[in-house]
Design a protein around this ligand. Structure first.
Ligand SMILES: Nc1ncnc2c1ncn2[C@@H]1O[C@H](COP(=O)(O)OP(=O)(O)OP(=O)(O)O)[C@@H](O)[C@H]1O
Length: 225
C-alpha cells in the first residue's frame, strides 16, 4: 500500500514529502521526535494541521485501521479477554460462529489461548499488549499501527508477534520502536529528529548513516556489520 505524506505540518512534524510502498515500515528516533504523532496521523486519529496524508490514495479515516498503543489497558473495553478480542468483529456484525472461530485462531497464533477466559484487569502488561494486538489483527486491518508495543514483550512473545505480522501479507504495518534489532527487520525505515524525517530507506541504507550513534542494531554491531 502506498503511504504518501505531502506538505504535512502537525504539532512539531514538518514533512515536505514522504512516500513508501513498503509493507513493514519502522519509525525510529529520539524521545519527542514525533514518532507517535506520525503514527496518529497514519491511523487517522489526528488530521494534519496542513497538508495531506493518504494510504493507497485514500484518507486514513476511510481505511480499516488497527491500532495498538504502548498502554493498551487505557483502551480496553471489555472485562473478559475473549470479548475484548471478539469486539471489533462484533462491531463489524460478523456472524457469531465465525467470531468464535476467529478469536480462537488468533489466540492460538499468538500463544494466548489460555488467556481467553481470564478477566482483562488481571493480565500482565505484556499479556494486555498481546490481547490488544489480537483484537487489532482479528478483523483483518488494511493497515496496522503499533506504537512501541514491543516494550512490554519478552523475546518469545515478540517473535510470535513478528510471525503473526509476516503471516498477513495483505496488511501494511507501521510500527515505532526503541529496539533497533527489531527495526532492522522492517522493509523500510524512517529516522525522525525534531519532527523531521532525516533518513528514509532500507534498514541497511538508514543504519549506515547511524553507525556512530546509539541508533544502530546491537546484533549488527556484534556481527561486525
Ligand atoms: N496532544 C498533543 N498536543 C500538543 N503537543 C503534543 C501532543 N502530543 C505530543 N505532543 C508533543 O509533540 C512532540 C512529539 O511527541 P511524540 O509523542 O510524537 O514523540 P515520540 O517520538 O513518539 O516520543 P517518545 O519516544 O518519547 O514516545 C513532543 O514534544 C510532545 O510534547
Amino acid at each position: 500500500m502506498r503511504i504518501l505524506l505531502n506538505q504535512v505540518h502537525h504539532r512539531l512534524l514538518d514533512i515536505p514529502v514522504l512516500r513508501t510502498d513498503a509493507r513493514i515500515v519502522a519509525v525510529i528516533g529520539p524521545n519527542g521526535s514525533g514518532k507517535t504523532t506520525l503514527l496518529e496521523l497514519l491511523a487517522g486519529m489526528e488530521e494534519p494541521e496542513a497538508g495531506e496524508v493518504t494510504l493507497a490514495d485514500r484518507l486514513p479515516a476511510k481505511m480499516r485501521v488497527g491500532w495498538v498503543g504502548e498502554f493498551p489497558d487505557r483502551t480496553m473495553l471489555f472485562s473478559r479477554v475473549h470479548d475484548e478480542i471478539a469486539s471489533p468483529l462484533r462491531f463489524g456484525h460478523a456472524p457469531c460462529r465465525d467470531i468464535d472461530a476467529k478469536v480462537h485462531e488468533i489466540a492460538a497464533l499468538l500463544g494466548i489461548a489460555h488467556l481467553l477466559p481470564k478477566a482483562t484487569e488481571t493480565l500482565s502488561g505484556g499479556e494486555k499488549v498481546l490481547v490488544a494486538f489480537a483484537a487489532a489483527l482479528a478483523p483483518g486491518p488494511e493497515i496496522l499501527i503499533l506504537d512501541e508495543v514491543d516494550t512490554h514483550l519478552d523475546e518469545a512473545a515478540a517473535d510470535r508477534v513478528t510471525r503473526a505480522l509476516r503471516s498477513r501479507p495483505e496488511t501494511t504495518v507501521v510500527l515505532c520502536t526503541q529496539n533497533m534489532d527489531a527495526a532492522a527487520e522492517a522493509d523500510h525505515l524512517l529516522y525522525l529528529e525534531g519532527g523531521r524525517v532525516l533518513l528514509s530507506g532500507t534498514p541497511k541504507e538508514v543504519f549506515a548513516e547511524l553507525k556512530a550513534t546509539c541508533f544502530y542494531p546491537t546484533l549488527w554491531r556484534m556481527e561486525g556489520c
